[in-house]
Design a protein around this ligand. Structure first.
Ligand SMILES: Cc1cc2nc3c(=O)[nH]c(=O)nc-3n(C[C@H](O)[C@H](O)[C@H](O)COP(=O)(O)O)c2cc1C
Length: 165
């Protein structure tokens, strides 16, 4: 039996909700970015964050960078995130004249941080969903997201990871 953990940072609660469902499906431990344990005892680390200003959130970027010190080296890693935009949205980026899909940008950033100076195996299995956008305590967009269906899909994602490993 493999031992897995789901890690996340979340400001408004969307990414946390999704993380909890993935952990449920996977039968994994779960910790937020402030409580990351020694990862040596885990075979699979599922890493999640949310999108802020067209990039991974600052809290997400910070904790991903610290994972080497926690022993992520040599582990299998699966990625997920939530954002205000739909996955099909195309963004113009500084490095590219060609617009890129939001999902591509975010997963690429997460992967770049996680593999910089570290040997980790990033799995192709990934999860994304839209999350309600909260500003000043009010929901400004995507009311009701993640939806029940998104959360069911998150649980299924966890179950599929378990089966695969
Ligand atoms: C300050 C701020 C900036 C955001 N910037 C983006 C963005 O650039 N692109 C996007 O798709 N969503 C953006 N969002 C939406 C969040 O990614 C989305 O609401 C996410 O689900 C929040 O996750 P959380 O509830 O776990 O904090 C932004 C939200 C906030 C609060």
């Amino acid at each position: 039996m493999i031992k897995a953990i789901v890690l996340y940072n979340s400001r408004g609660g969307n990414t946390k909700e999704v993380a909890e469902k993935i952990a449920e499906g996977l039968g994994a431990d779960i910790k937020d970015n402030k409580n990351i344990p020694d990862l040596n005892e885990y075979d699979l680390v599922v890493v999640g964050s949310w999108m802020m200003m067209g990039r991974i959130s600052i809290g997400g970027s910070r904790y991903l960078k610290k994972l080497k010190k926690r022993g992520i080296e040599g582990k299998k890693v699966a990625l997920f995130f939530t954002s205000g935009g739909p996955e099909e949205v195309h963004w113009k980026t500084e490095n590219s004249e060609h617009p890129r899909k939001l999902k591509e940008i975010m997963f690429e950033q997460m992967e770049a941080i996680l593999t910089r100076n570290k040997q980790v195996t990033i799995l192709q299995e990934r999860y994304y969903c839209k999350g309600a956008v909260r500003m000043g305590g009010e929901v400004k967009d995507n009311e009701g997201c993640p939806t029940e269906e998104d959360l069911e899909r998150a649980k299924l994602f966890g179950e599929q990871l378990k089966e695969k490993l």
